[in-house]
Design a protein around this ligand. Structure first.
Ligand code: BGC
Length: 460
């Protein structure tokens, strides 16, 4: 097929921006509880265990959402799945904000979690299938950017409503992006790839023409049609031997994204800053907002670089940065002689850590799982990788404080550092370079049983 370098058109930008509102909901609804929980606990006189459950039931919902929706995304289509999810987000937010007892609150938090589980992969899936190959990395990663924006906004909103103890306001604000997503998606097209898989060729061609900005899209239509003509989509295909390398890459990237500790920082940053000697909660919260800003800023850098330098170099640099900064953070907690400087070393290493995550495992996990699976089972395969990501997230965030008790602070951060360091070796051998390849070329490589980790490496 002729190789054209695609430029970002306003049409493509708009499509990606609207779909990425799902990422904003993901970030906002996972982040907002950290501030709201203080007042919820007070209002409903919660015990410690119930309080923890109100926080973590969102993760449980996300696990269910990711686990049960893969075949829905494949059969109903990507667009309709996102539309339904936006309604769930709205119901969940209104329900939480108006809950008059803790049972209702937990039920609606589960609904929100469910929606997050579905949205977390259907938005990257949608953007990936509708993007031209040469700008796909940046466009899909707009979703990750919106996750970081959502987390940051949730800190600000929590802070603004904290003096009036307005937890209901904090929770209901999620309705606004949910409505934007719903209304926006009403106007967006279904992805050409899904349409072609349903034999809606005319519609698919007209969308491809707009996206690729050219009149003759026959070669693309043929290439996409050929890719799914080979197999029916079933759960059995998902576990076929030729699919295994792609399943392993998705599973391992999910493991690395979570077991290098990102959510201990996102959820517990104020606690870590207090361990390091910042006395007042307010300063600790301010430092946390700083971490949120760095996360956002560096995701913009990732968007800019992903389609220029490729996915693998960013993984190496980012994961090396994560290994080093976690190592230094561990050292700082080990040597009490450093205690005066400790708080600044803690801030410095957390900033480097988050920046390194934001240019590597943050966006690249979601991007890669939207690229490496074959069209006919893409929804199911992504839902499986996403399910592992949410399970790992639950495992890491629920063991962080216990690990600190058992291994000490240094031991805990070093453990995450070791995972990040070993992860670089995995990425070197097994993760493909998908930069510039069409989804169909990636699929063809996988089907031909060539080593997945060799795709695109010679071009680096
Ligand atoms: C991860 C989340 C994390 C967020 C932080 C996402 O890619 O999946 O677990 O909280 O990045 O920016």
């Amino acid at each position: 097929m002729e190789k054209v370098k695609n430029k970002l058109t306003p049409f493509m930008f708009l499509i990606a921006a609207i779909a990425a509102t799902a990422g904003l909901l993901f970030g906002y609804d996972t982040g907002v509880i950290s501030g709201a929980i203080l007042f919820i606990t007070k209002a409903f006189h919660l015990t410690h265990t119930v309080e923890e459950f109100v926080v973590s039931v969102v993760l449980l919902g996300a696990v269910f959402g990711a686990a049960t929706s893969g075949s829905v995304a494949d059969s109903l289509g990507r667009r309709l799945t996102i539309l339904i999810t936006s309604i769930l987000f709205a119901i969940g937010s209104i329900g939480c904000a108006s809950a008059h007892n803790v049972h209702l609150l937990i039920a609606y938090r589960f609904v929100i979690g469910y929606a997050i589980g579905v949205a977390s992969y259907t938005a990257p899936l949608y953007i990936s299938e509708i993007s031209p190959p040469h700008i796909r990395g940046g466009l899909v990663s707009m979703n990750q950017l919106m996750i970081t924006v959502g987390i940051f906004l949730s800190y600000i909103i929590d802070y603004s409503f904290s003096n009036t103890e307005g937890w209901r306001w904090m929770l209901v604000i999620g309705v606004v992006p949910a409505c934007i997503l719903f209304i926006g998606m009403l106007f967006l097209p279904e992805t050409p790839r899904w349409l072609l898989s349903r034999k809606k060729n005319d519609k698919a061609s007209s969308i491809l023409k707009k996206i690729l900005n050219k009149d003759n899209v026959e070669p693309e239509v043929e290439e996409i049609t050929a890719s799914f003509a080979k197999k029916e989509g079933s759960w059995k295909d998902l576990f076929a031997p030729w699919m295994r390398p792609a399943l392993i890459v998705g599973f391992m990237l999910a493991f690395l994204q979570q077991f290098t500790g990102i959510n201990t920082v996102i959820y517990y940053a104020p606690t870590i800053f207090q361990f390091a000697g910042f006395e007042t909660a307010q300063v600790a919260i301010l430092a946390t907002a700083g971490v949120g800003l760095v996360n956002m800023g560096m995701t913009v850098v990732a968007i800019w670089l992903l389609d220029k330098v490729g996915r693998k170099p960013l993984l190496y640099v980012g994961m090396a940065g994560m290994t080093l900064s976690l190592g230094v953070l561990g050292l700082a907690f080990k040597f009490t002689a450093l205690s005066g400087a400790l708080k600044w070393i803690a801030v410095g290493s957390l900033v480097v850590y988050v920046a390194s995550f934001a240019i590597s495992l943050g966006p690249i996990f979601w991007l890669m799982i939207a690229e490496i699976y074959p069209l006919h089972i893409r929804g199911r395969a992504m839902s499986l990788a996403t399910l592992s990501c949410w399970l790992f997230n639950m495992m890491v965030s629920s063991t962080f404080l216990t690990l600190i008790d058992k291994l000490g602070k240094s031991g805990t951060f070093w453990l995450y550092a070791i995972v990040a360091g070993l992860g670089i070796i995995f990425c070197y051998f097994y993760v493909p370079e998908t930069k510039g390849h069409t989804l169909e070329e990636i699929e063809e490589h996988l089907r031909s049983r060539k080593h997945l980790g060799h795709l695109g490496v010679k071009e680096l």
